[in-house]
Design a protein around this ligand. Sequence first.
Ligand SMILES: Cc1cc2nc3c(=O)[nH]c(=O)nc-3n(C[C@H](O)[C@H](O)[C@H](O)COP(=O)(O)OP(=O)(O)OC[C@H]3O[C@@H](n4cnc5c(N)ncnc54)[C@H](O)[C@@H]3O)c2cc1C
Length: 479
Amino acid sequence: MGRAFVYVIVGGGVAAGYAALEFTKRGVPPGELCIISEEPVAPYERPALSKGYLLPEAPARLPSFHTCVGANEERLTPKWYNEHGIELVLGTRVKSADVRRKTLVTATGETISYKILIIATGARALKLEEFGLSGSDAENVCYLRDLADANRLVNVMKSCSGGNAVVIGGGYIGMECAASLVINKINVTMVFPEAHCMARLFTPKIASYYEEYYKSKGVKFVKGTVLSSFDVDSNGKVVAVNLRDGNRLPTDMVVVGIGIRPNTSLFEGQLTLEKGGIKVNGRLQSSNSSVYAVGDVATFPLKLLGETRRLEHVDSARKSAKHAVAAIMEPDKTDKFDYLPFFYSRVFTLSWQFYGDNVGEVVHYGNFSGATFGAYWVNKGQLVGSFLEGGTKEEYEAIAKATQLQPVVEDLAELERQGLGFALAVSQKPLPSTPVDGKTVPGLVLGKSLYPLHATAGVILAASIAAFAYWYGRRRRRW
Ligand SMILES: Cc1cc2nc3c(=O)[nH]c(=O)nc-3n(C[C@H](O)[C@H](O)[C@H](O)COP(=O)(O)OP(=O)(O)OC[C@H]3O[C@@H](n4cnc5c(N)ncnc54)[C@H](O)[C@@H]3O)c2cc1C
């Protein structure tokens, strides 16, 4: 025996929360939508776990960061779901799925059937054991993916105040946890195998800025090596971290941030997978037309880059979820998902944003000894990625829009000279959206003809629109 719903979302994280809000905006009737989540709480803004949640003073606690406050939308408390007739099945793992029969079986033994399923199972933190190491179960070894991990981390931090921590991994989780540990008065050593932090995104120059900043806060970096084992005392606590380079780091606690793996296992052998995620089309629809996938678990076509990607970032979780619901509820009015990748982080008083893709040649700009600097990535002569630290709202919007437009860049030196001004000027142009000859003109093509950056003159010409060229020349003189 079990229950039947029109729409079921499996997974109750960021994407599920944004999907729920979108369902209600589009008039889902009470009783038709169900969310099943392994976590015992209603969907929340996961990024808060490594930021406000870890603060020693006035830390963020639920219900303050339930979705969708991260996008300045309504805060969906359990009461909200109740009032909207949305069934929240919390603290319940889905242990099997049958997409042919359209059923899910939960760990409590209930069978829940659906007409349309949205997979929003996100990802899980990779454990040391998956790399042939051991020690994850030691009481002072922490991960950070969900609320339970965050509570554990808070408790371990409290018991280690004034002590030492080793952070394994130099990515997002490592960097954000290291900053929080410092704020909690814990001495931090970061260990990672790469030559610099945030190796998948940062250039050596950008990384160097953040590493120097962290060093000024007392953080030590041990790079180019990895954990080989822990020394554990008779109480089962890690007391030292042994590294492959032979070094031994005495410690009071360990935080492990070595990557994530998308939660696809329920659907392996039933749906097409690609790049580690569930492959979906521009409507976020999987190889089974009744099943959609969103957020960290989905590999979707990125129109802008002409390839499929699986992203692990909150903005893509929010927007893919909203788009899937639009495609389900109003298929005739919903275009293909056209997403500009956006990542951000906030540590100490620093704050950066990145848009697009970090491939091709890099052009740094701004003042790397000051508070505002950035980088552009130019691939095959077009701007494809933009990074900015310390920007204003308008400046972040400008780099986003410029990246979306993908202007042609022929002179990298000139781009460096113009720096942020380049994005500010380019972003003044409205995004092309009007159909031409019955077809929608993508920004890519218009960008090419509107913004060639000429090597000799160092001038960005709007080659085909004279009025824009005149306006643009006036703008440029102001920089
Ligand atoms: C600490 C932390 C900080 C972050 N900070 C940033 C940031 O600053 N910027 C940024 O862009 N991104 C950040 N991210 C990434 C961002 O939070 C994720 O991209 C986002 O949460 C993905 O949303 P999702 O809904 O796909 O998955 P999730 O939010 O992970 O939700 C998945 C949900 O599915 C549930 N689930 C999984 N399997 C099952 C099952 N079988 N049955 C039932 N339920 C199941 C899980 O328990 C979970 O509740 C951060 C992530 C973490 C962990």
